[in-house]
Design a binder for this molecule. Structure first.
Ligand code: CFM
Length: 538
């Protein structure tokens, strides 16, 4: 396909050989094309990925509001993961630890002589100041290299302070991206927290929300809708979440999976250990929200719940209908590119489609092949040295809490109708000629702008500046650029308002960049003789 060739042909032989597997142009849609993913980035290329520590501490553990998380490493690691992800939380008893950045601030002598002492001191201080019930330690690269035994320190702290203390060996280099850190965090939460509470059985329509991190308030809006219908939310992993609620996650009747990339491990482990089913839901985009709510009602199969679901959907839609019509008029027919981390680039295509915006280019920073090709591809994914590096936990049925929520026969029937333990991939839903790129880089971003000229380019953190300089309407989709929520019915309107503002307030047109009027480099031609004279006179 033309655009793919035009991008790849500019690479030298070695880079070409690597990148050609990660760049796909859709043919014969709905396409089952495959793509290379979750492998090492080309050295020296400006990738948009983060590290394993970012995935563990930043993404999965970071939003827990009642846990004191200590970054064991040099201060830079803590500083850069401090308050940048906009995972919001409602305080419990007036307390909320999200605003703090706790770090051991390792210095060179600690690297030489070991950092365990400093870590113990940091825990002592954290406990003294904050009195948390749970402390988590997340280590960064140097800690793994010098071999501090953070697990032993965690065990010591549990004894010493009678609190829960968990150690996560999520050194940045542990995987090819933050994805490895998701898995490490999932393992720790499952091993040591889920199931440790003793709450009585939950109400019948009780759910956990997995893979929802309350960026810009998304979880609040999702919870508002679910509560209106009559669901009881036991725990959210981990947006607006807490140690206290996660302990009892095993009493819920169903797990809802929003971001499968970051949390499918817990969904699967809870199925094995407690027999709690999980379904793939998506609360981004009106069509997807309504389908998710109806799928949930189908799972429980209760006529009253179904009726309430329909009533809430009708009421919520009627409340926003005028806004939706207004923005649709402004946005329809536009094109978009969307490149985010692991699941949003797929989820947000639904939201854009609500307003008649077509996504023509898309990709993930660190997703796996199943995010692109659907969960069915899992048996075909070959493990490599990097993925084998992460512990794979196998859960046994829990004697006390393993229970039958729906019968095997009903499970099989439901599976035909709703996404039970399943999700589709992004490539399958894109049209002929559309491009899908894995682990995209800055060069490819510029080429995509040139070749596809999208009206919007929804971006990541590092590529955002390229797009701004190019004068393309962009929105940073990790943090929503200080806006949100974008999930749920009300979030849909917020999103449409923000992007149509970008399109219809042409601020860039009022700015003349300096390189348009002034030369960026000046020089003059000289004769060698003249130059010699000049030097003599100087
Ligand atoms: Fe899941 Fe996320 Fe994403 Fe992700 Fe992320 Fe994020 Fe993301 Mo940034 S958990 S994979 S590691 S939806 S922080 S809330 S926006 S890259 S697409």
């Amino acid at each position: 396909m033309e655009e793919r060739t035009r991008i790849l042909d500019q690479y030298g032989a070695r880079v070409y050989k690597n990148r050609k597997e990660h760049v796909v142009q859709v043919e014969n849609a709905p396409s089952n094309q495959s793509i290379a993913a979750n492998s090492r980035s080309v050295p020296g290329i400006m990738t948009n990925r983060g590290c394993c520590y970012a995935g563990c501490k930043g993404v999965v553990l970071g939003p827990l509001k009642d846990v004191a998380i200590i970054t064991h490493g040099p201060i830079g690691c803590g500083f850069y993961s401090w308050g940048t992800r906009r995972n919001k939380a409602t305080p419990v008893d007036g307390r909320n630890f999200l605003e703090y950045c706790l770090s051991t601030d390792l210095q060179e002598p600690d690297i030489v002589f070991g950092g365990e002492k400093k870590l113990k001191q940091a825990i002592r201080e954290a406990v003294g100041i904050f009195h948390p019930k749970c402390v988590m330690i997340c280590s960064t690269c140097p800690v793994g290299l010098i071999g501090d035994d953070i697990q032993a320190v965690a065990d010591w702290a549990q004894q010493e302070f009678s609190i829960k203390c968990l150690a996560f060996s999520c050194e940045g280099y542990k995987g090819v991206s933050q994805s490895a850190g998701h898995h490490i965090a999932n393992n720790g939460l499952m091993k040591y927290i889920v199931g440790s509470g003793d709450a009585p059985p939950a109400k019948r329509f009780s759910v956990n929300i997995l893979g929802e991190y309350n960026i810009g308030g998304d979880e609040w809006e999702i919870a508002r809708i679910l509560k209106r219908i009559g669901y009881d939310i036991v725990a959210t992993f981990t947006g607006n979440g807490s140690y206290e609620t996660m302990k009892n996650a095993h009493i819920a009747s169903l797990n809802l999976v929003q971001c499968h990339r970051s949390i499918n491990y817990i969904a699967e482990m809870m199925k094995d250990k407690y027999n709690i089913d999980w379904i793939k839901i998506n609360f981004i985009g009106l069509g997807a929200i309504c389908k998710s709510l109806r799928d949930m009602a189908k799972y429980f199969g209760d006529p009253d719940l179904t009726a309430r679901t329909e009533a809430v959907i009708a009421d919520e839609l009627s409340e926003i209908q005028d806004d939706i019509d207004y923005y649709r008029e402004k946005l329809k027919g536009k094109t978009a590119g969307i490149f985010v981390g692991g699941s949003r680039s797929h989820h947000y295509q639904n939201l854009l489609a609500d307003f008649g915006v077509h996504t023509v280019i898309a990709g993930y920073e660190f997703a796996h092949r199943d995010d692109y090709e659907g969960r069915g591809i899992l048996p075909n994914i070959k493990e490599d040295a990097d993925s084998k590096n992460i512990e794979q936990l196998h859960m046994q049925p829990d004697e006390k809490h393993y229970r039958m929520i729906v019968s095997k026969e009903r499970f099989e029937d439901l599976k035909q109708e709703i996404p039970l333990a399943d999700y589709g991939g992004m490539i399958h839903e894109m049209n002929d000629g559309n491009m899908v790129i894995d682990d995209f880089n800055h060069f490819e971003t510029l080429e995509l702008l040139r070749l596809f000229k999208p009206d919007f380019f929804f971006s990541g953190i590092k590529d955002k500046y390229i797009l701004q300089k190019a004068g393309v309407v962009s929105r940073q989709m990790h943090s929503y650029d200080y806006s949100g929520p974008y999930a749920g019915f009300r979030g849909t309107v917020n999103f449409a308002r923000d992007i149509s503002m970008g399109l219809n307030v042409p601020v860039w047109g009022y700015v003349t960049p300096p390189w348009k009027t002034e030369p960026t480099l000046t020089g003059r031609l000289t004769h060698p003789e003249e130059e010699r004279q000049g030097k003599k006179n100087a």
